[in-house]
Design a binder for this molecule. Structure first.
Ligand SMILES: [Zn+2]
Length: 438
């Protein structure tokens, strides 16, 4: 179905959609059912009937809390509709993949994830390996990876992306999502707003290194950001329809990962690198915060300020080679990971010729990039006010656990964990990061 997707924010129109674009060719959505609404869980039975033809074995998997809130609903609707339902309460991240794989029987035909972002990623991978389709039921809107064509799997201390088939359907029950803790809603809002930096980095990387960047996908992200900015007052009043709006926008962000999987703006820029490393850092330091959207939003705030300083300074255009060994040593010290493992991650460090080209382009485009970051920073500043209001009930966790010194460490090493070329990595390569750190 070809639709003029640039003109719609209506999430159901994205189901199975495709649109052509001069830059990328075709953008496709594989997910063919998108149901968002109060008590949408009941839809799972209808979908299973339609997909499996009325009977068959189905697995419903989730973590403990999500299973009680959402998974149990799915089990009831599916059992009433005559399906054979196996259930799995996933007990831990380390064992998730093994647990899910073991719960799949020879005649399992459909796998339903009723868990949060981390569990959903393991379900997607286990089902993909078994060649089974996945339906996502969202217990919370705090992840935008539910429908991505990849899962993030922790391996030897790093998050690695494993390609998987995208889920065939998503069901967002607003009764369940509305009852999720406020911190989850705030994290989802932060996740959406932080994409401004991802779009900026995507544009930057395209200018400097010619990586893929689609302005039509960027427009869709800006449309989502814009609709959340417009609803700022509603979020502050905890209006019920704001939960629906956040949920739809998170689903849209997730679908964009299917539509433009290789692009920094859908995978995440420096704000995501910051958030990933913040999680790693907090795990290593035994501090208890796993709210990815909150980290990403905090990352977007810090990074936009940093970018502004860097781009404003006309003198900052000489690029000395980075001291990779020294950085790797510091990285190992902070994370407790082996140095040889860390060194292998240092992608994107340019050779002499690439340095020269990058330095030239940076001088050429600096003024334009500066204007872009000024506009982005304005939107983020507005969003900060709303975020704090939504969050007043939840306490703004990572602020509680991290000191300014921690932020500096996280920022300085965030760029080292991802291969994408961002302005943050550019600053690190240039040896300018420390100079501009807050
Ligand atoms: Zn495109």
């Amino acid at each position: 179905m070809e639709i003029n997707i640039a003109n719609t924010l209506n999430i159901s129109r994205f189901a199975g959609a495709a649109f052509r674009c001069d830059t990328c060719g075709t953008h496709n959505v594989v997910t063919r059912e998108i149901t968002v609404g109060a008590d949408a869980s009941a839809h799972i039975a209808g979908f299973a009937v339609q997909h499996l033809g009325g009977s068959g074995r189905v697995l419903v998997a989730a973590g403990r809390r999500s299973f009680d809130a959402l998974g149990s609903k799915a089990v009831r609707f599916l059992t009433e509709a005559g399906f054979t339902v196996d259930t799995l309460v996933v007990t831990g991240r380390d064992t998730a993949l093994t647990e899910i794989t073991a719960a799949l029987k020879d005649d399992t035909r459909l796998v339903i994830s009723a868990g949060g972002g981390a569990v959903a990623d393991y379900v997607k991978l286990a089902a993909h390996k078994a060649g089974l389709p996945v339906v996502i039921m969202m217990p919370t809107p705090s992840s935008d990876n539910y429908l991505a064509p990849y899962s993030y799997i922790e391996r030897e201390g790093f998050w690695e992306r494993a390609e998987v088939a995208p889920p065939i359907a998503v069901i967002a029950d607003l009764d369940v999502i509305g009852a999720a803790p406020t911190s989850h809603h705030a994290a989802a809002y932060g996740l959406i707003m932080s994409k401004i930096i991802a779009v900026f980095d995507s544009y930057f990387s395209n200018l400097m290194r010619g990586t893929p960047h689609c302005e039509r996908i960027a427009d869709l992200i800006y449309a989502s950001v814009g609709s959340c900015v417009e609803a700022n007052a509603g979020f502050v009043r905890h209006e019920r329809k704001s939960v629906g709006l956040i949920t739809e926008n998170v689903i849209r962000m997730s679908l964009l990962k299917q539509m433009a999987p290789g692009q920094i703006m859908t995978q995440g820029g420096a704000e995501t690198h910051f958030a990933v490393f913040a999680e790693r850092y907090m795990t290593e330091n035994k501090r208890g915060c796993r709210m990815f959207g909150e980290h990403a939003f905090l990352g977007a705030q810090i990074v936009s300020g940093l970018y502004k300083l860097m781009l404003k300074d006309a003198g900052a255009d000489i690029f000395p080679p980075p001291d990779i060994l020294a950085r790797a040593e510091r990285f190992s010290e902070v994370t407790g990971l082996q140095e040889h493992r860390v060194l292998a991650r240092y992608a994107g460090v340019p050779d002499g010729e690439l340095y020269a080209v990058t330095a030239y382009k940076y001088r050429e485009y600096r003024a334009e990039l500066y204007q872009r970051i000024l506009r982005s920073e304005k939107i983020i500043a507005e969003a900060v006010r709303t975020f704090r209001h939504i969050y007043s009930d939840a306490g703004y966790w990572c602020r509680k656990y991290l000191t300014d010194g921690d932020y500096r460490t996280i920022l300085a090493l965030a760029a080292d964990t991802h291969p994408e070329y961002t302005l943050l990595m550019h600053m690190r390569n240039a040896g300018y990061l420390e100079q501009y750190l807050p």
